[in-house]
Design a protein around this ligand. Sequence first.
Ligand code: HPA
Ligand code: ZN
Length: 325
Amino acid sequence: DEALDRIARLPKAELHTHFEGAAPPEFIRDLAKKRSVDLSGIFRRDGSYDYRDFVHFLSVYEVATSVLKTPEDFGRLCTAFLEKSAENGVVYSETFLSPDFCGGGDVSAWREYLHAIREAAKAAERDMGVTLRGIVTCIRHFGPDQAKRTARCAAETADDWLTGFGMGGDENKGKQGDFAYAFDMAREAGLRLTTHAGEWRGPSEVRDALALGVERLGHGVRASEDPALVEELAERGTTLEVCPGSNVFLGVYDTLSKHPIDALRDKGVNVTVSTDDPPFFHTTMRREYVNLARTFHWDEAVFTDLNRTAMAAAFCDDATREKIL
Ligand code: HPA
Ligand code: ZN
């Protein structure tokens, strides 16, 4: 199908990936072998990551991430990640970086990891034509005190590359408001804000997230259960970082046809498309585009619009934005 082929080959902007979650299983296995760590428990016989549900996914994620030790490891991961992105036609990407896994929240250690990641990103931009920007993320189930340390790392390294602050982790632990101090610190440092909300919890969680002062939401899809909230999102111009393949793989929705992305778009909400943790959820940006085109009969113009929405909500500066799409 020629139209589908054109859609699959479009240049793409992606706003929501977790850096360590983009690590191919081979990459983690090789590193484990080199470090003599037995990680056989987190892989299936076919070599893919093995977990039962979202909470188990988070713990497998942390085990996989534990073999990433040095700044050089994170630099090599950046190259591996961006190679896959470029293969999928991604020209602009924002990724969640976790100081928690890069020195445990210590600012000077974090600087070294960040430096290695940025050097690898610079080379990938030159060699593969994909532009990366970083969003520091705190991890909700690590609690508000650790989030403050994370926000301090973000505030100390905020610039035209490290442009955002966000929160991932287990949405069922604690409340958005518990992290207000961290988000305030990040905002005062000039960082743009996003948080995971409305994936595992419903509309009231999304309202709590808006009260933190974020301009984007990670997922946000369960806002669709409340028409007044959908209208509010459309009015505010809040951008949703929707990850349809992730949602279906983790069972937030049974099938893509039941996913609210098309309905949210119809109601005027700014929706974008991302992969979240591509190898964990057996997806790529190409697959997301093809599956959406097939399921919702979206034509090329819809995807062009999606990419424009993503670049308008991107946390980069205007000069970078104008160079991309
Ligand atoms: N969701 C929330 N937290 C995460 C994820 C995710 O997909 N990946 C890593 N941390
Ligand atoms: Zn996510």
